[in-house]
Design a protein around this ligand. Structure first.
Ligand SMILES: Cc1cc2nc3c(=O)[nH]c(=O)nc-3n(C[C@H](O)[C@H](O)[C@H](O)COP(=O)(O)OP(=O)(O)OC[C@H]3O[C@@H](n4cnc5c(N)ncnc54)[C@H](O)[C@@H]3O)c2cc1C
Length: 477
């Protein structure tokens, strides 16, 4: 069955139902194109990972409604450069940064409201604009606006393959149904929900373990990477490393999918983290938590058994957003180690070495303070205070994968490229291309900046391409 037998093929087909897809659909509809959006999830699970978000990182040169002070382009760029270690496309990154300074009026027009961060957020009142009601409210507002603009939406519509000829989109297939359109935007997320693909990408470690078997997925179960794999197998240019991802160390008790932000454990920089052998393995105070939280999932993934334990004492309590489930509590450190199932002797040696090495200056968690260690490896370079005041708390941590960075290579037009030639009617946005900007690392809020910037570009370009085909065929008629 073909859609054209049921109704007219749309100008623009948008595949995906999260932020990037919705931005594309809205822009295409605003440009006058007819739009059909295919969301793999049922209506109640619509919105993908975008439904879990809270904010987007915004460049601004002066205070703006909910954003304080300034966050100029250069500082944003330097932050991105630092976290990616230079594995980023500067042209595309700057495009995202600049777009983040102008997109919010458009977002408001489509029903998104902003608010200042509540206390306990990751020190981001200057850099990040928070969505009132979170990502779920944003997604719902965009769906409402899209429906008002006449965008047709189909749920339970996972696209499994595309018909592409000579780099041009012809049609998409949903459970055997063929859906043709003049142009297409791919915004179907990364492959983070696909446990088999993660297993294959991460392989086996030196202990014979398959690290991905212990990963938890923080967001949707619907980002299976089916189209990403299909496109890569059909010659689309790729970007990124399949093992690179936004990965957070989350509560080991979190569910396999959709645990969301409340499973995060935000006390790492206030204490120490040990592996199951009771040994520290990384500088817990390297930088502000918003700039570091996304590397800890990977660090834990590299430990034996893919597990870590965040250890704090009573001094840390009240200084971080409390996790949903209470930590394991004990009055003494040996008791805590025993309760966590850690080797008590090694654990105590690690804690004693760390405590002895602490050089406490003026503790200040809001700046890179002068409390550091001396003579212990790894060092803790900020916020280092002895863990010596009971009760003591421990939280088991697992790698929580947020989204993967392997994607389709693109350019400033959001076109999918085949052998370095841009397609004239197939575009990509969001996680499916975030690897162009994020080779590795992360800085809070940039996922939504990328999806919003490229979703809007992709929608505009797809509408332009579709409408110019329409005009040309009218002229020839
Ligand atoms: C817990 C959590 C918190 C986060 N917090 C933030 C934050 O505060 N700020 C920030 O910037 N980023 C945050 N992120 C990252 C952010 O969610 C992503 O960067 C962003 O949402 C990506 O948008 P997207 O539209 O590309 O993907 P998604 O929102 O995941 O949308 C992908 C869509 O594609 C659909 N889909 C998948 N496969 C198919 C298919 N074959 N056919 C049809 N549809 C398909 C899915 O159902 C889904 O609707 C967070 C992520 C998580 C998991």
């Amino acid at each position: 069955m073909t859609i054209s037998t049921l109704e007219q093929a749309p100008d623009v087909l948008v595949i995906g139902g999260g932020n990037a897809a919705l931005c594309a659909a809205l822009m295409a509809a605003e440009a006058g194109a007819s739009v059909l959006l295919l969301e793999a999830a049922p209506r109640e699970w619509r919105g993908g990972n975008s439904g879990h978000t809270r904010n987007l990182r915004c460049m601004h040169d002066a205070p703006q409604d909910v954003l304080v002070e300034a966050y100029p382009e250069e500082e944003y760029w330097q932050d991105l450069l630092k976290v990616t270690g230079g594995i980023t496309n500067e042209k595309l990154a700057r495009l995202v940064i600049r777009a983040s300074s102008t997109c919010r009026d458009w977002m408001r027009k489509h029903g998104v409201h902003f608010q200042p961060p509540l206390s306990g957020a990751l020190h981001v009142a200057r850099t990040n604009a928070f969505f009132m009601g979170g990502g779920k409210a944003l997604v719902n507002a965009y769906y409402r606006s899209a429906e008002k603009l006449g965008v047709k939406i189909r749920y339970n519509a996972p696209v499994d393959k595309l018909d592409i000829q000579d780099g041009r989109f012809i049609a998409a297939y949903v459970k055997g149904e063929r859906i043709s359109a003049k142009t297409c935007v791919l915004a179907a997320g990364g492959f983070e929900s696909n446990l088999d693909w993660l297993r294959e990408a991460w392989g086996q470690n030196e202990h014979g373990e398959w690290p991905a078997d212990n990963f938890l997925i923080r967001g949707t179960q619907y980002n299976q990477g089916v189209l990403l794999k299909h496109l890569l197998e059909h010659g689309a240019d790729r970007i990124g490393d399949p093992t690179q991802a936004h990965m957070v160390a989350i509560d080991a008790r979190a569910p396999l999918y959709d645990g969301g932000i409340c499973t995060r454990i935000d006390c790492v920089s206030l204490g120490v983290v040990v592996n199951r052998q009771g040994e520290r393995f990384y500088d817990e105070g390297e930088d502000f938590w918003p700039k570091r939280y996304a590397i800890w999932g990977r660090l834990v993934a590299q430990q034996p058994g893919q597990i870590g334990y965040s250890i704090i004492d009573a001094k840390a309590v009240g200084r971080f957003m409390p996790p949903v489930f209470p930590g394991v509590q004990a009055d003494t450190l040996p008791e805590l180690a025993a309760k966590l199932g850690l080797p008590v002797d090694t654990f105590m040696r690690t804690l004693d070495d760390y405590n002895r090495a602490c050089r406490v200056g003026t503790f200040d968690h809001t700046r890179l303070d002068d409390c550091h260690t001396d003579g212990v490896n790894p060092a803790k370079t900020h916020w280092a205070r002895p863990i010596d005041t009971g009760p003591f708390y421990g939280y088991a941590l697992r790698p929580g994968i947020t989204f993967t960075y392997l994607g389709l290579k693109t350019d400033e037009t959001a076109a999918v490229r085949f052998n370095d030639v841009p397609s004239d009617n197939l575009f990509v946005a969001g996680e499916m291309m975030s690897g162009n900007v994020l080779g590795k690392g992360y800085t809070a809020g940039v996922g939504m900046s990328i999806g919003t910037a490229f979703g809007r570009i992709a929608g505009t370009q797809a509408a332009l391409a579709a409408l110019s085909v329409k005009e040309a065929s009218h002229a020839n008629a």
